[in-house]
Design a protein around this ligand. Structure first.
Ligand SMILES: [Zn+2]
Ligand SMILES: [Zn+2]
Length: 298
């Protein structure tokens, strides 16, 4: 349960929520003085739901015209590590502003995320080594990198859509329907880049394995593998946490805001192996890669 901060007084014993007369009130809103139940109180914003909509917090840094673009970009990227505190910003501004941010962050990272797992000719071994398999021409290497980047882009885009489409419609169904800033769309555009970093095919795991002081054929050991995998999940957790916090400020209750994230997440986990299977004829075969790595002395 969310605990009220020190500034907010608890609601008087036996009082009921101003919005939901059938529910017990827990907190007195420090702004408007009304009594709120757990669903109406926003701990990170320290105000009730009505006050949050009436008097919203500053918008996403990217949408702040006063700042230079580097500061807007850095501020918005940095906000990803404060999912609850930054979520109320998605209640402000036009969601379409997030499109340029996603084009600058999600698209290049998604393309990069395909390079390490999907190249046939360029091998990424331990200690950030790069080796060419066989004796490819420059054009073959370029084509190989381009195709791998294309698959990274395709896979990340499909995963993002699997998350974003059900999340946006469920958030609208469980939350307030008339928030013009479309917070669910905003969180996907401003935080979607986290998806390219996290998980099994993510950039973070690829970079960690590439940089490890082992050869690619070596057995990493179970503990190291589990540790690397857990670290690689952190960006995904930040994304899911951001989505839950956003569903909360968009008016979904504490339980509903978890459901509206969990359902799309399961859809994505289900779709990913099917898509990988579909494009598998064009992906490098792990046995062939291992042989090539050994032949190249990695
Ligand atoms: Zn209030
Ligand atoms: Zn209430």
């Amino acid at each position: 349960m969310e605990r009220p901060p020190r500034q907010a007084e608890p609601a008087p014993e036996g009082s009921t929520c101003a919005e939901h007369p059938e529910r017990e009130a827990l907190v007195t809103c420090p702004r408007c003085g009304s009594y709120c139940c757990i669903a109406c109180w926003h701990n990170a914003a320290e105000r009730c739901h009505a006050c949050l909509l009436r008097d919203p917090l500053p918008p996403v840094p990217w949408a702040d015209e006063e700042r230079g673009w580097v500061s807007r970009l850095a501020g918005t990227l940095g906000d990803a590590i404060r999912p609850s505190r930054s979520a109320p910003g998605f209640l402000r501004g036009a969601w379409t502003r997030g499109i340029s941010f996603a084009a600058l962050t999600f698209l290049p990272l998604a393309a990069l995320s395909g390079i390490i797992p999907f190249t046939h000719r360029v091998l990424f071994g331990g200690r950030f080594a790069i080796t060419l398999a066989g004796d490819p021409t420059g054009a073959e290497v370029a084509l190989d990198l381009l195709q791998a980047a294309g698959f990274g882009l395709l896979l990340s885009a499909v995963k993002l859509l699997c998350l974003a489409v059900p999340f946006a419609s469920l958030t609208r169904a469980y939350g307030d329907k008339d928030i013009e800033s479309r917070p669910a769309r905003q969180v996907m555009l401003y935080r979607g880049w986290l998806l390219t970093l996290g998980g099994n095919g993510g950039l973070l795991l690829g970079l960690m394995v590439w940089g490890l002081p082992f050869s690619s054929g070596a057995d990493l050991g179970e503990l190291t593998q589990v540790m690397l995998y857990v670290i690689s999940l952190l960006p995904l957790l930040l994304l899911l946490w951001s989505m839950t916090s956003t569903a909360r400020v968009a008016g979904a209750g504490p339980v509903a805001s978890t459901v509206v994230v969990l359902v799309p997440f399961l859809a994505m986990m289900f779709a990913e192996p099917m898509l990988l299977d579909l494009i598998s004829p064009w992906l490098p075969d792990s046995e062939a890669l291992r042989e090539a790595a050994e032949a190249a002395g990695l």
